[in-house]
Design a binder for this molecule. Structure first.
Ligand SMILES: Nc1ncnc2c1ncn2[C@@H]1O[C@H](COP(=O)(O)OP(=O)(O)OP(=O)(O)O)[C@@H](O)[C@H]1O
Ligand SMILES: [Mg+2]
Length: 250
């Protein structure tokens, strides 16, 4: 299990994310980009070694940072040019990845699963080279039932042939059945745990419900990070507040 202390907690509570601003968090923060490069390296290594392509991002409860990490990781993986990456908004109840990317919900995943659209119509390119996305589609009454059908299985098999890495933004495990329903269909999950927010008993329960053997690693989000002077002192000249670092990482 990968334990990955994550990016800077800027406030006591996480601020709201306006539509279209998924990539704005941590933009000015060099440490944030370094952490994502570290996460990217681990994910790439595991994916190549274990021949894994379909990676789900989940957590125990809502608001732990799944969508943020899904989008940023996808961008980071795509930005090296080594991998063609597809993001899929499987959290069709909230469609936060879709909103965060500033995309239209429809046509998206639910239209495809209900037979009303085709793959080429639901794959949208993004402003990031090598990064495509599939939006959530329109909200449906029972997402878990839709995801449990054979069509979702076929969907994953088909998109697998065109991408090197597919990152799924999925709902949290405890409140709804969607993610445990598809756990066998993915190649594994990155499990996000928000430190000081989610009770440990809930983490344990969620890992049990999902099945611990499908968890490839744990990302710990919202870890308290020491002051900038701490970094200067211990990381020395490696730590610079360089405006270039604020740009999409390469
Ligand atoms: N480390 C962080 N520092 C600052 N803000 C953060 C951090 N992680 C997440 N956020 C913010 O916290 C809020 C919740 O994050 P996000 O939407 O990624 O969580 P989620 O697990 O996908 O939530 P949900 O289960 O509701 O879909 C967002 O407004 C996001 O911008
Ligand atoms: Mg989310």
């Amino acid at each position: 299990m990968i334990k990955f202390p994550f990016f800077r907690k800027e406030h006591n509570h996480f601020p709201e994310r306006p539509p279209g601003s998924l990539f704005s968090i941590g933009k000015e923060d060099p440490l944030f980009h370094e952490k994502f490069k570290g996460l990217r390296a681990i994910v790439e290594q595991k994916a190549d070694l274990l021949q894994k392509k379909i990676l789900g991002i989940t957590s125990s409860i809502a608001g732990e940072g799944k969508t943020t990490i899904c989008g940023q990781l996808g961008r980071s993986l795509a930005s090296t040019g080594r991998k063609k990456v597809l993001l899929v908004d499987v959290d069709v109840r909230k469609a936060d990845l879709t909103r965060g990317m500033g995309a239209q919900r429809v046509p998206g995943l639910t239209e495809f699963l209900q037979g009303g659209s085709t793959l080429p119509k639901i794959i949208h390119s993004t402003r990031v080279p090598n990064l495509d996305m599939i939006t959530s589609g329109i909200e449906v009454d029972s997402p878990a039932d839709l995801l449990a059908g054979d069509k979702f299985k076929t969907f994953l098999q088909e998109i697998k042939t065109s991408y090197d890495m597919i990152v799924l933004d999925t709902p949290p495990v405890l409140p709804v059945a969607d993610t445990p329903t598809i756990s066998d269909l993915t190649d594994g999950f990155l499990f996000v745990y928000r430190a000081g927010f989610t009770p440990y008993t809930m983490l344990r329960q969620a890992l049990e419900d999902l099945g611990e053997n499908c968890v490839l690693g744990v990302v710990i989000n919202g870890v308290e990070v020491e002051s900038e002077s701490y970094y200067r002192k211990y990381y020395g000249s490696y730590y610079r507040r360089d405006p270039v670092m604020g740009k999409p990482n390469k």
